[in-house]
Design a binder for this molecule. Sequence first.
Ligand code: FAD
Ligand code: NAP
Length: 532
Amino acid sequence: MSTQRFDAVVVGAGFAGLYMIHLLRSEGLSVQGVERAAGVGGTWYWNRYPGCRCDVESIDYSYQFSQALEQDWVWTERYAAQPEILAYAEHVAKRFDLLPLIRFETSVTRAHYDERAHRWTVETDKGDVFDTRFLIMGTGCLSAANTPDFPGLRNFTGRTFHTGLWPQNGVDFTGRRVGIIGTGSSAIQSIPIIATQAADLTVFQRTANFSVPARNRPVDPATVARVKANYADYRRRARQQPAAFGPDNPRNADSVLAATPEERTRRFEEYWQLGGFMFLGAFGDLAFSEEANAYAAEFVRSKIRETVKDPSTAELLSPKGIIGCKRLCADTGYYETFNRANVHLVDVSRQPIERFTAKGLVTGGQEYAFDDVVFATGFDAMTGSLLRIDIRGKGGVSLNEKWAAGPLTYLGLMVAGFPNLFTMTGPGSPSVLANMVTGVEQHAEYIRDVIGWLRDADAAAVEAEPHAEDEWVQAVNARSQMTLFPRCNSWYLGANVPGKPRVFMPYIGFPDYSAKLESVRAANFAGFALQR
Ligand code: FAD
Ligand code: NAP
């Protein structure tokens, strides 16, 4: 196949890739999009498991670059379900005529930088070779599915599914014996629904997770009308929030430690009733003081004890650690599901899943037989989708070598030694700790502007300066140390993937990050070096 030449190749057609393609084409660049899936939507294309929906409210979890789009699109639920979010991504792709620019069912396998030409050679599993000046990775932070390497898995004769690679046409569990491994957000959303279909559902839990009721409901037309009347202002205020959403959500700054026991309970109850992440806004010190956090954790445990009838199941479901340290889950009827006679909970914290057999799996010396096993085992987050590609920068150094001890980036956007390569919502940016649609828009616009700066200067390439990268990595680490985040085995730290370096990957705090981007821009893109 002959080599095709472009100004930019954009990998991924989720929210990041779609907007990036749109912007670069608007700038007059020739752009080729490449996407493994058969359609757009990324996360919302792949995660079709029952119950899948967003946990950032749809009024926030949507693009803001087009006022007409913002006004026209109508969400039906407070937290839209996967089919609706996918329909939105498809609508955007059609509305902005992006589909002709994307090659679907094609995976980028290799990308090597030619230092003399200042260009990337990009290869795909379909045999394409693209010669491009800019390579932009919109490959997703939660798109590389993690299926643990259980011995004997191939011997299992039943069906297996991963929540993040769910079959296009859904799965019928009616009358079947189902096992599900994991109790993260994907499991917590799907378990209540699978339980109503399956004859029998067994949940294998390694770590109990904190979950708060989502209190999903149809959107309130009055709220939508109010927000849409001044959406730009709403978005501006949202960007000033730590996680870039919910500017009108109630949030208290006072300390839980200063409150009386009655005040604590009343306030926690009030915020519990609001639904979703708002719970953690009940007091101002929950994310910073372990002592303060323990009150919120105990409140949730009291709710679990109230809800789950069998005391030993309630105890097993009660998380021991810091609430909000692993990503908080938002559910609809999760704990209630364990009152059903057909749902069983198996603790694999001390006796891990040993192996699969033809009939099922073995843990604690006991075999459990299933027709179907669901892996709700998460993702090789933030770095997985990048490191699964053979990316080589200057001197033939691979990204895998460069990141052997953990990801190194400048602003989560560029990697020293890899000119003209951009990582959207990469490690070192707020990414998964903020409203990700806002994060991808911010990155797409910044990448456009860095490219514009390079073109205005008539330069051939742009690269992060090593000292700027070092300083930024230190800033990201220092920031995380000020919080409780590093104190648990979360995927933010890579702790869910055996052998992955334990480094806290996202930058905490969207507003400070935005201010940093703007100060870098004002200083003529300090920390980015042009090459001629
Ligand atoms: P993705 O949507 O992951 O898209 C990346 C695309 O790149 C994928 O389609 C993938 O196929 C493609 N790709 C990867 N590697 C290659 C390759 N080598 N070649 C070709 N194509 C490739 N975030 C929030 O802010 N709020 C939420 O409520 C929320 N809910 C979520 C629910 C679930 C179930 C999951 C898994 C994540 C959720 N997230 C949420 C995070 C979500 O991933 C982001 O919000 C957002 O969708 C990311 O968009 P993206 O375009 O950056 O990446
Ligand atoms: P996850 O949070 O990483 O959960 C994976 C689960 O699998 C954990 O309970 C984990 O246990 C378990 N697990 C992994 N390997 C195991 C093993 N070998 N044996 C037993 N158990 C094992 O993954 P996820 O649920 O897919 O969610 C990932 C992220 O995607 C979320 O945090 C969120 O950001 C996003 N998401 C959002 C929503 C939403 O509500 N909008 C829904 C789904 C996903 P340990 O905890 O012990 O590691």
